[in-house]
Design a protein around this ligand. Structure first.
Ligand SMILES: Cc1cc2nc3c(=O)[nH]c(=O)nc-3n(C[C@H](O)[C@H](O)[C@H](O)COP(=O)(O)O)c2cc1C
Length: 212
């Protein structure tokens, strides 16, 4: 088992997944890691829908793809690569994103991270679910499985939640399509720390990260 910092540094999106089933005991381990995360007041208003049913996944994929065709695809085609990402790498990411769009529903298992409506609306709403999502992504990586944090279905949130059969007062925040990865794990690519970290005052450099 690699150490925690190696896991963190190599937990990148794995969008090409094999069809081989993921054993339920691994799914359970992932869910245990998710529910070990902090959440506001420890109220645990989270719910996790494990989806294997191909019809349900397909019904959601239709909205996921619609959002790609209308918004995400055109944006990739016209925007510059983000910090720390070469044009070639950005192009590879675009192809991988397009691939996942077409094959979203074929991932053998999804975990849909949901929250019941609670006392934390507005900017803080996702704060009680995304720590769990990140814990699950790290656990998935540690188990040699692949996934991607996806939220694009939220562009058609109402329709996607209906396709998932969520009751009133419960909303999805992320879908993790999980499977054995076709490709290899590698380091994540980000900008330099010195470009996003300040000391005391906005844009004042923090010398401890000058080299990073
Ligand atoms: C809030 C959020 C939403 C995301 N939604 C999607 C998505 O819907 N589809 C997708 O393919 N990737 C999605 N991603 C993955 C990012 O595109 C990806 O993490 C980023 O490009 C960095 O690449 P890496 O994970 O390979 O390092 C999302 C990531 C985050 C944090």
């Amino acid at each position: 088992m690699p150490d925690l910092f190696e896991i963190i540094g190599t937990t990148r999106s794995m969008r090409r997944l094999k069809a081989d089933p993921v054993p339920d005991d691994l799914v359970r381990q992932i869910l245990e890691a998710g529910t070990a995360a902090a959440n506001g007041g420890n109220y645990q208003t989270w719910r996790f829908l494990v989806v294997k049913d191909p019809e349900i996944k397909k019904a959601v994929q239709v909205w996921y793809k619609k959002a790609f065709d209308e918004v995400v695809g055109p944006r990739y085609a016209t925007s510059a690569p983000p910090p720390g990402v070469t044009a070639e790498k950005y192009q590879r990411q675009h192809s991988a994103v397009a691939y996942l769009t077409e094959h979203f529903h074929e991932a053998p298992v999804w975990i849909v991270a949901c929250l019941k409506d609670g006392a934390n609306p507005g900017r803080g709403a996702g704060a009680s679910i995304y720590p769990a999502v990140q814990n699950m992504l790290l656990a998935i990586r540690a188990l040699g499985l692949g996934s991607t944090l996806t939220t694009r279905h939220l562009l058609h949130a109402k329709e996607a939640d209906a396709a998932l059969g969520l009751p009133d007062g419960v909303h999805s925040y992320a879908i993790l399509p999980i499977g054995y990865p076709m490709g290899k794990f590698g380091p994540v690519g980000r900008g330099k720390l010195s470009e996003c970290v300040y000391l005391d005052r906005w844009e004042q450099p923090y010398p401890a990260v000058a080299e990073g």
